[in-house]
Design a protein around this ligand. Structure first.
Ligand SMILES: Cc1ncc(COP(=O)(O)O)c(C=O)c1O
Length: 364
C-alpha cells in the first residue's frame, strides 16, 4: 500500500464540532457578512492576543498590503526586498507603486538595512520589509533610517503571527504591519488577513477603505475596496485561535527534532532568526551550498512522496514587470533554499524520514 504524500505543510483543522456550533449560530442569525458578530469577536480577540493597538481583519494578506499602502498614502518608489512571496511586490505594482529592490542579509534572509540608504531618492516614500519565515527584520535599524529620511515603514508580516521582539509583538513596529490568514499559515481562517497600525488616523482610514469607502449606509468618506471578511471565515479563525499554543508547541518540537538530525551535514545549513525573538516555528528553511545539491535532495524526497517547497523562488527582481536590479545574494539564496515539511500534525517518524533522506542525498 502506498503511503500518504507529505507536503510542505498541512492546514490545522480544529475539531469539526467546534466549527459546526458556530456555523449553526450563523444559520440562526442569517447574517453571512458585513461586520457580523463572528468578525467583531475575531478582531477583538486577535487584538488582545497579539497585544496591538488597532487591528482590522481583511479578506486576504494581499489586500491587507494594498489597503495599507493606500491608507499610508504611499507614492512613487518603495524600497523592498526581492526575497519574499510575489504578493509583496505584485501588490506594490498593482497600486501603481515602483518596487526598488535592496538585497538581503546572508544570515536571516531579511532586507539588509546597511544597503537601504544608498537606494533612497527624493521619489522614495516608504520601506516595505518582509519578516521572512517569521524571522524579524532588524526593526530598530530600519526605523532609524526611515525616521532620518521621513519615510513610512510597512512590514509584510504574513509569516509573523505570534512572534515577539523585545517582549512585544513584532507587529507593533512600523507604521503598519500586514498578516495573512491563508490556510497554509500557522494561524488561519481559510482565507484572510489583517492590518495592524499604531496610528489612530491610519486606523480610521483603513476602517472605511476596506468597506468600499462607506462611513454610513448611504455615505462615503473616500476611496475604498471590498476587503471584507465573511462570517464563515471569521468563524473558522475563531475556532483556530484557541489552539495556537498547542500548534506552536508541536511545531517547536518538530523543529528541535529537525535541528538535532540536520546539524553538521555537509553542503547545507539550517536558516535561523538573525535577531533575538520568541519565534512561531512557521517554516523550516534549509539552505544548500548549490542548486545542484538542492535538486538532488528534492528528487530523493519526491521519490518517497515527500514534497518540500522551493520558497521563495524565484527571486522577485526576475519578475517581468519590475525594473532591472542586481541583488546577487537574493538571487543566489532563492536558487538554493528549501522549506521542509512542518505542520501542527507532523509526526516524529515523518521528521526522521525527511532528515534521513536528506542525509543520504548529501552524503552519498
Ligand atoms: C510574505 C507573504 N506576503 C503576502 C502574502 C499574501 O497573502 P495571501 O495569500 O493571504 O493573499 C503571502 C502569502 O503566502 C506571503 O507569504
Amino acid at each position: 500500500m502506498s503511503k500518504n504524500p507529505l507536503y510542505v505543510t498541512k492546514s490545522f483543522l480544529p475539531p469539526v464540532e467546534e466549527y459546526t456550533e458556530r456555523i449553526k449560530a450563523i444559520w440562526e442569525s442569517g447574517q453571512l457578512t458585513n461586520q457580523g458578530t463572528n468578525l467583531v469577536e475575531l478582531e477583538k480577540k486577535l487584538q488582545d492576543h497579539l497585544a496591538v493597538k488597532h487591528l482590522f481583519a481583511v479578506s486576504n494578506g494581499t489586500l491587507a498590503l494594498q489597503v495599507a499602502f493606500k491608507a499610508l498614502e504611499l507614492t512613487g518608489d518603495v524600497i523592498t526586498t526581492p526575497f519574499s512571496y510575489v504578493a509583496t511586490v505584485s501588490s506594490l505594482a498593482w497600486e501603481g507603486l515602483n518596487p526598488v529592490f535592496v538585497d538581503i542579509k546572508e544570515d536571516d534572509l531579511c532586507i539588509d538595512p546597511a544597503k537601504i540608504e544608498a537606494s533612497i531618492t527624493p521619489s522614495t516614500s516608504a520601506i516595505l520589509a518582509t519578516h521572512v519565515y517569521g524571522f524579524p527584520c532588524d526593526v530598530v535599524a530600519i526605523e532609524k533610517i526611515a525616521a532620518k529620511h521621513n519615510l513610512k515603514v510597512i512590514y509584510d508580516a504574513a509569516h509573523a503571527f505570534d512572534v515577539t521582539v523585545n517582549s512585544k509583538s513584532v507587529l507593533a513596529y512600523g507604521d503598519a504591519s500586514t498578516l495573512s490568514f491563508h490556510a497554509t499559515k500557522i494561524f488561519h481562517s481559510g482565507e484572510g488577513g489583517a492590518i495592524v497600525t499604531p496610528h489612530a488616523d491610519v486606523a480610521h482610514k483603513i476602517g472605511y477603505m476596506r468597506n468600499f469607502g462607506h462611513n454610513g449606509p448611504e455615505a462615503f468618506q473616500g476611496i475604498g475596496i471590498n476587503a471584507k471578511v465573511s462570517e464563515v471565515h471569521a468563524a473558522l479563525g475563531l475556532c483556530v485561535l484557541p489552539h495556537m499554543q498547542t500548534i506552536i508547541a508541536h511545531r517547536q518540537q518538530a523543529t528541535q527534532q529537525y535541528d538535532a538530525l540536520l546539524s553538521n551535514l555537509p553542503n547545507m545549513r539550517v536558516v535561523k532568526a538573525g535577531i533575538a525573538c520568541k519565534h512561531n516555528y512557521a517554516y523550516y528553511p534549509v539552505l544548500f551550498n548549490t542548486e545542484e545539491v538542492l535538486t538532488k535532495a528534492v528528487a530523493s524526497l519526491n521519490a518517497a512522496s515527500i514534497f518540500p517547497r522551493r520558497y521563495f523562488f524565484p527571486s522577485l527582481e526576475t519578475l517581468p514587470y519590475v525594473g532591472h536590479y542586481e541583488v546577487p545574494i537574493s538571487r543566489s539564496i532563492s536558487s538554493r533554499i528549501l522549506c521542509l515539511p512542518l505542520s501542527a500534525e507532523i509526526s516524529e517518524a515523518e521528521v526522521s524520514e525527511v532528515a534521513a533522506i536528506i542525509r543520504t542525498a548529501l552524503t552519498s
